[in-house]
Design a protein around this ligand. Structure first.
Ligand SMILES: NC(=O)c1ccc[n+]([C@@H]2O[C@H](COP(=O)([O-])OP(=O)(O)OC[C@H]3O[C@@H](n4cnc5c(N)ncnc54)[C@H](OP(=O)(O)O)[C@@H]3O)[C@@H](O)[C@H]2O)c1
Length: 288
């Protein structure tokens, strides 16, 4: 397959590496140059523009920040890759997936939303969960690539276009609420005069165990710089969840408000576990 891969961020590079290793004819592009080195070493070609990246592609993979980033590149994809399948692995929410499918169909391309569950380590290992939304024939073509970065048992055809993006929002809504909730438990412990280390230790053995197994060192040290999933991505996903639902997701809205304050306090680009630390420390004398 001739594959164009657009978006070489934390997830895009390891995902595209699987495509190169599988022997496909791979061309990569990123808005900011200088990210393609490891992929070029694996045999990929680096393109200087979206148009040159997608020319002649059978499949165009998008792994971009969110809906606005996809909106920025899609016109050149539609104009430059007639007949191609667009496999959109970005987390964009269902409304944008429908919008992008319409744009692709109008230009004679096909579109599958294909967001992933898991982070940089499973992307590198090829064990991500992958949700696929689209027409059955398009999903089957998408699956051939998705299994390169996904665990074949966790590559799921959810339904029509947008359904995969809807499911992905449910996953990240939970993650964001969890991160904020741990922070509020820590704040409660502080207000009740408990030792923070003891609270963290006991919470690690509680319902919060899954999260703290991964993030406890960051929360203990207050150093969130070893980002795998950034707080600005989490804020984008909480916002997508709140704006996609017909009803008022009050808990999610509260988590989003916390995330926005954490971003304003300078945690943008840090790991989303900074949300936990920000909530835990907010209101403390001397905290921002
Ligand atoms: N990180 C995770 O653990 C994880 C897990 C599951 C799903 N996701 C989702 O996967 C997607 C990528 O995540 P990531 O962690 O790889 O993000 P990232 O490291 O922040 O990379 C974002 C990518 O989007 C590009 N981009 C941003 N705005 C753009 C624009 N206006 N036009 C063109 N390109 C633009 C960036 O280009 P530049 O390099 O030029 O900025 C970069 O290539 C996101 O939708 C995220 O929500 C992430």
């Amino acid at each position: 397959m001739r594959v164009a891969f657009l978006g070489l961020g934390r997830m895009g590079v390891p995902m595209a590496a699987h495509v190169a290793r599988a022997g496909h004819d791979l061309t990569v592009w990123n808005r900011s140059p200088g990210k393609a080195g490891p992929l070029v070493e694996l045999g990929a070609t680096e393109a200087r523009s979206v148009a040159s990246a997608v020319a002649g592609a059978d499949v165009v993979v998008l792994m971009l920040f969110g809906p606005d980033a996809v909106r920025a590149v899609l016109p050149d994809v539609v104009a430059g890759a007639p007949g191609a399948l667009v496999l959109d692995a970005s987390t964009i929410g269902p409304d944008a997936a429908h919008e992008f499918a319409r744009a692709c169909h109008a230009g004679g391309l096909r579109y599958v939303d294909a967001p992933v569950a898991g982070t940089v380590a499973p992307a590198t290992a090829g064990t991500l969960g992958v949700f696929l939304g689209g027409a059955p024939a398009d999903v089957e073509q998408a699956r051939a690539l998705a299994v390169l970065w996904g665990d074949p048992d966790r590559v799921v055809h959810v339904g029509g276009v947008g359904s995969a993006s809807a499911l992905k929002l449910c996953v990240n809504q939970g993650l964001g609420v969890l991160a904020a909730g741990v922070g509020e438990s820590l704040r409660l412990g502080r207000d009740l005069g408990l030792d923070r280390d003891l609270v963290l230790q006991v919470l690690s053995q509680s319902a919060y165990g899954w999260f703290l197994t991964q993030k406890r060192p960051m929360v203990e040290s207050g150093d969130y710089s070893a980002t795998t999933f950034s707080l600005d991505l989490m804020a984008k996903d909480l916002d997508l969840a709140v704006t996609s639902a017909d009803s008022d997701l009050e808990v999610t809205r509260a988590a989003l408000d916390h995330a926005k304050r954490a971003l304003a306090a300078g945690h943008s680009g840090e790991d989303y576990a900074a949300l936990t630390g920000h909530v835990a420390d907010e209101g403390e004398a001397g905290s921002c």
